[in-house]
Design a protein around this ligand. Structure first.
Ligand SMILES: Nc1ncnc2c1ncn2[C@@H]1O[C@H](COP(=O)(O)OP(=O)(O)OP(=O)(O)O)[C@@H](O)[C@H]1O
Length: 586
């Protein structure tokens, strides 16, 4: 995965240089001062970009983190601490980090509106503290002097643009790293992230820490702009207004942060010029935020996604044209199905996943009752049963998503029972879900990179996508149909080269022909990727074509287990579950 988008970087750096050269030359002192405010707001917006834009957490206290940054810078100034403004600025950002992590701790247990209330509570408390205790330097009027060579407004503007640009590049690189991509996944499904080996706690706390750091830097910059600050510079109302702007615009993209900063800084002036009350600006932001919440995507997300989709559609069209041309020339339309690999009988192979006596209760419901199941090395094994039989619960318990089950789960001879889902995933146990929750903002390449949990070479990603019949890797998930998303999910699970992949109804949404092709792929997957597979499916033709052995669940009990043909022919299985008409003759 390339961490730097070279074209985007070149454009961003070019615009920054242009702003630094042109704006001080053309703007009046009044507008230069406003421009500094806009860039400082844009830096604070970047902190919203991390926590609100990427992780989707409703944080209403970013200005409180900024206040910590400003407080530290001003305190060090009063103390004439060594290092000077540049060092103090970084220390201000760092000082906000532990507070950010502390605020992030409740986010590990609560989310949504409840979490918003916690962060708002912190913003209110911080407000009370700042109002009761003046910021350092305010009493003795010890002003903060800007550092050389950024003493004048024009040069300080250049300094703020440099800071913004450095942060934008760093955040852009983090955004493309596994940590940053995992934030998008957390935003849509924490379960999905955990199933890919992402530690939800660590990833969320990292987001809080980084966003607090960036906000702290923004607060320090504000102190440098104003020389002295007052509590109203960081009032909770400001946090709320900027939050609304963040939801509306999407400051996790640099252009969104800049626009948000400009809105935040210029709006009061605009309101004044058009003789409207200042509060009206907040109302406008609120309405915009509501509209963005309705669509689920910010303006910059939408703009970028549409652009990406346009490019991807062209790519898909070119692919289809090439295929049609090949067909017209009489070439093969699809690769013929490969013959099934010949394997030793499953019973002669070492068990890779061994589950014994698995029991799960949900209150009075016994979802699984002492279930035994073994997946031998290099095998494809089926788990079938009627709706509500306990198949998904089995996958969830084995992969660590059900706390407090009875029985044991061993992977390659090692017990996993005390481990959480992300650790089990890292040990080589991957799963897919019945309902996919892939972040539509990602490309398929990016999603595979999260699944792989390691650096995934382009060639390897292409091979996986081709193997599972997915479109080219640049195609964004947003235009991939539901059936193909399931295949992408399987590809992402296999990208990690796990020991065992547990697939929950991967053929749902596939046509009969696609299902047949999927069966062929799953049959070849153990040899191609060194993975053993447990397949949960209702499509009996697929099960019959793919699985060497099958276990049948009914009301949480195993009612049959053994070679597929024998089990599917079992009169008890047909009577209890399938109905003779549903099972193709063997
Ligand atoms: N979180 C939960 N809380 C309470 N009961 C649950 C929970 N999850 C599953 N169950 C119950 O456990 C039983 C097994 O459900 P499960 O989803 O595992 O069945 P399934 O075989 O996967 O069904 P399907 O084929 O429809 O997906 C059902 O009675 C279900 O209602």
């Amino acid at each position: 995965m390339n961490l730097v988008d070279k074209r985007g970087l070149a454009i961003g750096l070019g615009l920054s240089v242009l702003a630094c050269v042109a704006l001080p030359a053309v703007l009046s002192p009044y507008w230069i001062y406003l421009a500094i405010s806009a860039v400082v707001s844009a830096v604070i917006m970047q902190s919203y970009g991390v926590i609100v834009g990427r992780v989707g957490v409703m944080s209403l206290c970013q200005m409180s983190f900024a206040a910590i940054g400003a407080w530290v810078v001003l305190r060090l100034n009063v103390a004439d601490a060594p290092g000077g403004f540049f060092v103090w600025l970084v220390l201000g950002g760092l000082a906000a980090v532990p507070v950010g992590v502390a605020i992030g701790l409740p986010a590990l247990r609560i989310r949504g509106v409840n979490l918003a209330v916690v962060t708002f509570g912190f913003a209110v408390s911080a407000d009370i503290v700042w109002n009761a205790n003046p910021f350092p330097g305010a009493k003795e009027l010890k002003m903060l002097d800007r550092p050389e060579p950024f003493v004048t407004d024009e040069s300080y503007f250049v300094f703020t643009v440099i800071v913004f640009t450095v942060l934008a590049v760093a955040l852009g690189m983090i955004g493309k790293s596994r940590l940053g991509l995992s934030w998008y996944e957390l935003r849509h499904s924490e379960r999905s992230a955990a199933s890919h080996g992402v530690s939800v706690a660590r990833s969320k706390l990292a987001a809080f820490a980084i966003s607090a750091f960036v906000a702290g830097i923004g607060g320090g910059l504000l102190a440098g702009q104003l020389s002295l600050v007052v509590p109203s510079n960081f009032a909770m109302g400001q946090s709320l207004a900027l939050f609304a702007v963040a939801i509306m615009i999407g400051p996790h993209h640099p252009e969104g942060a800049v626009m948000g900063g400009i809105f935040g800084a210029i709006m009061p002036t605009i309101m004044e010029k058009v003789s409207l009350p200042q509060d009206f600006g907040g109302v406008l932001f609120g309405v915009g935020a509501l509209l963005a919440l309705r669509s689920g995507l910010s303006q910059t997300d939408l703009t970028r996604m549409r652009k990406r989709e346009r490019g991807a559609r062209k790519l898909l069209k070119a692919g289809e044209d090439a295929k049609e041309a090949k067909e017209a020339e009489g070439g093969a339309t699809a690769a013929p199905l490969a013959p099934a690999p010949v394997r030793r009988p499953a019973a002669d192979r070492r068990p890779c996943l061994a589950v014994q006596g698995l029991t799960v209760r949900f209150g009075e419901v016994v979802a699984l009752d002492a279930v035994d199941l073994t997946v031998p090395e290099g095998a494809v094994v089926g788990l079938i049963g009627p709706n509500g039989a306990g198949k998904s619960t089995f996958i969830s318990a084995v992969t660590g998503f059900v706390a407090g089950y009875g029985g044991t789960v061993e992977l390659a001879g090692k017990r996993l029972d005390k481990l959480g889902p992300s650790v089990r995933a890292k040990r080589g146990l991957r799963r897919t879900f019945q309902t996919t929750a892939i972040a539509p903002e990602l490309t398929q390449y990016e999603y595979l990179a999260i699944g792989a949990g390691r650096r995934l070479a382009r060639g390897e990603a292409d091979e996986l996508l081709e193997f599972f019949g997915c479109p080219p890797g640049e195609v964004p998930v947003s235009i991939v149909d539901a059936g193909t998303r399931r295949l992408l999910d399987v590809a992402a699970a296999i990208a990690a080269r796990p020991k065992v992949a547990l697939l929950d109804e991967p053929a749902a949404g596939q046509s009969a022909a696609e299902s047949l092709r999927l069966g062929d792929r799953l049959t070849r997957a153990p040899e191609a990727f060194g993975v053993s597979i447990l397949l949960v499916e209702h499509d009996m033709e697929l099960v019959q074509a793919t699985c060497e052995e099958v276990t049948v669940l009914d009301f949480g009990h195993v009612i049959a287990s053994g070679p597929t043909a024998d089990v599917l022919a079992d009169a008890a299985v047909r009577a209890a579950y399938l109905g003779a008409a549903d099972v193709p003759a063997t």
